[in-house]
Design a protein around this ligand. Sequence first.
Ligand code: NAD
Length: 361
Amino acid sequence: MKIAVLPGDGIGTEIVAEAVKVLKVLGLKFDMETALVGGAAYDAHGHPLPEATLKLAMDSDAVLFGAVGDWKYDKLDRPLRPEQAILGLRKNMGLFANFRPAICYEQLVGASSLKPELISGLDILIIRELTGDIYFGQPRGRRVATDGHFPGAEEAFDTMRYSKPEIERIAHVAFQAALKRKAAGKEGRVTSVDKANVLETFQFWKDVVSEVGKEYPDIALDHMYVDNAAMQLVKEPKRFDVVVTGNMFGDILSDEASMLTGSIGMLPSASLNSKNQGLFEPSHGSAPDIAGKGIANPLATILSAAMMLRFSLNQEAAAQRIEAAVQKVLAQGLRTGDIFSAGTTKVSTREMGDAVVKALG
Ligand code: NAD
């Protein structure tokens, strides 16, 4: 089981160290190799995704990723910015399906800005398509930018596109996920989010998802416009089971959903290709505002490592052990600053990692 460990920038190094610590005490044999990515790689090698890092990722069963980015790189031309490393990894590894579970831990119900009754027991899954949409359409690469901006320009544009095979494969992923969740007692519903009332691309998306849906008679399918979905996520989030959507809407909705659960510091994610090789990372960024202070919440990264064991390394039992250990430390009242509330005990990044290791038993 070969794991490429790419901590990246900001809090990335701090939180990945805790996840690695947890992986090391599971009693499993991993071949873990670390490499630079993002701004750290740009500083050392002049590129956010050096060839050696990409090769390591491609040759591994899974990538454990921290986060990349810092405002100090905002003046770089777009292809050299740290965030491009993620797009490069997704593209080269063929990672097309992004899974973001939004689960509200009972102990953290009070940390959400929503009323407890709205989010208590919340367990939804947002699936975002990663390879198409406006992020990869024309005119990528045809820009003439200075310092990442367009002095004197009168307009700028990006083109939204999706191919039928791209929509079909993400739709199958969503229906399959809904089947698995139904087997585990969930509702068995896919909500496809689009903007078919305005965008041709998303009328096409809706038609193709409906066609695929006919192959899954046991799963209910409904369609929702993205503006309504954004509203329903905060009005009645438990109405959803599996949500599937395109790259841009998924980017926005999954961040919105993450806040339902209290803190973005709690939310893992997985990006998979058709061979179940994957990149696993917390849903948040590099948090430059708190980097180096030892206060970041490492649980999203530790839970991402659990997803890695489940999806790419076929170690379901170990994944469940980690998830149970996280529940246990929350039940013990241990909290990093982002999820702290009166009556709980504030701990550092490292103390939280140590507590998870201890809770593994
Ligand atoms: P962010 O997610 O880094 O931070 C948003 C807020 O959440 C900040 O206040 C931060 O302190 C807090 N936060 C995030 N993770 C936390 C954690 N584990 N524990 C406690 N608090 C946490 O988003 P941002 O500030 O908009 O972006 C910062 C940089 O990260 C930018 O350069 C951005 O491009 C990059 N970014 C990278 C990724 C990625 O690597 N996948 C994703 C999003 C943003």
